[in-house]
Design a protein around this ligand. Structure first.
Ligand code: UDP
Ligand code: MG
Length: 312
């Protein structure tokens, strides 16, 4: 059985050598002989590529997909899925936050349960900011509530997938991929493996807030249509509030109580509030139109400039 390990790498010069060593050790210690390590160099600006080249000279198990520029983590994983030959593929971060030592455990579950996916669930997360922990927790739970597919919570992309799932995944043509969601959506038999997420070995996160928000909004807007219904619900609500107000005015005119004309502050509040609601709902529409635009353009998700150690 051929095992493909997919390792997206972006500016990981400080860790990539160590990642290779740890992975290699796990495979030799466990007597696994048939494997390929596919490093996807996602347009790194540091020494990542030259270190990888150096490693791949001495080890034919090491393959490199070199992107023409930075296309993002999800595109890198997608390229790995397209190019790998394995009977199973294991997606793992380059920064050793997902310990390679969990791989034998994943394989064990895969054999025992005869399942199609073994996904890593983070029991603990080390070296992560309070802000990231809280936003991640909130996000996964909100997405689950909004989406029709149910996703396991506290799960990243660290997982093992078998050939059936790889083939199904490679048939998906969306240009912006939220991979963990898509794999849940694909279905088949999926089992968790629990592990402790380590702190990054060296270097810093390649997911600044801007990328995190982009990633989260792809998850949200590609897996749920509920935000689109927001405008309708708020519209109905405001009609009802308006009607009640009309009734109040009519009654007070007839029976002559209350002072309806109470200045402009109430007016201004209403204008600002509904102005905000309108902008918000137009924004939501805009998000979906933007996604449609990305899909309609039909550009490739990534461009490969070079493949190393791949034998056709
Ligand atoms: N990564 C990538 N392209 C990017 C950003 C990140 O290939 O544009 C890789 C990165 O090298 C790492 C993995 O994706 O192997 C996860 O990134 P990171 O560890 O920075 O994210 P975090 O764990 O902080 O969420
Ligand atoms: Mg990381």
């Amino acid at each position: 059985m051929l095992i493909s390990v997919l390792i997206p790498s972006y500016n990981e010069a400080l860790v990539i050598g160590e990642s290779y060593k740890r992975l290699k050790k796990v495979f030799t210690d466990n007597n696994l002989k048939d494997y390929e390590f596919i490093f996807i160099n996602d347009g790194s600006k540091d020494q990542t590529l030259s270190i990888l080249r150096f490693i791949s000279n001495d080890d034919e198990h090491v393959k490199i997909i070199n992107f023409s520029r930075n296309f993002g983590h999800q595109a890198a994983v997608t390229a790995g899925m397209q190019e790998c030959k394995g009977d199973v593929a294991i997606i793992i971060d380059a920064d050793l936050q997902d310990p390679p030592e969990v791989i034998p455990e994943m394989l064990k579950i895969y054999y025992e349960k005869k399942c199609n996916v073994v996904y890593g669930v983070r029991e603990a997360r080390k070296g992560e900011s309070f802000f990231k922990l809280i936003t991640a927790k909130l996000f996964y739970r909100t997405l689950n509530y909004l989406s029709d597919v149910s996703f396991p919570v506290d799960t990243g992309d660290f997982r093992l997938v078998d050939r059936k799932v790889i083939n199904a995944f490679n048939k998906l043509h969306e240009k912006n991929k939220y991979i963990r969601g898509l794999i849940s959506w694909i279905g088949f038999d999926q089992h968790p493996v629990y592990y402790k997420r380590e702190a990054r070995f060296a270097g810093e996160t390649k997911y600044p807030l801007r990328k995190m928000i982009r990633f989260a909004s792809i998850g949200l807007f590609y897996f749920s249509k509920k935000p689109l219904k927001l405008a309708t619900s708020i519209g109905f609500l405001s009609i009802i509030v308006g009607l009640i107000y009309v009734l109040m005015i009519i009654f007070s005119k007839i029976f002559g109580y209350g002072n309806i004309v109470s200045g402009w502050s109430s007016m201004v509040i209403i204008i600002i509030f509904f102005g905000g609601v309108q902008l918000l709902t137009i924004g939501v529409l805009g998000q979906y139109i933007g996604s449609l635009f990305d899909e309609v353009k039909n550009r490739p998700e990534y461009i490969i400039s070079e493949k190393i150690n791949f034998r056709e």
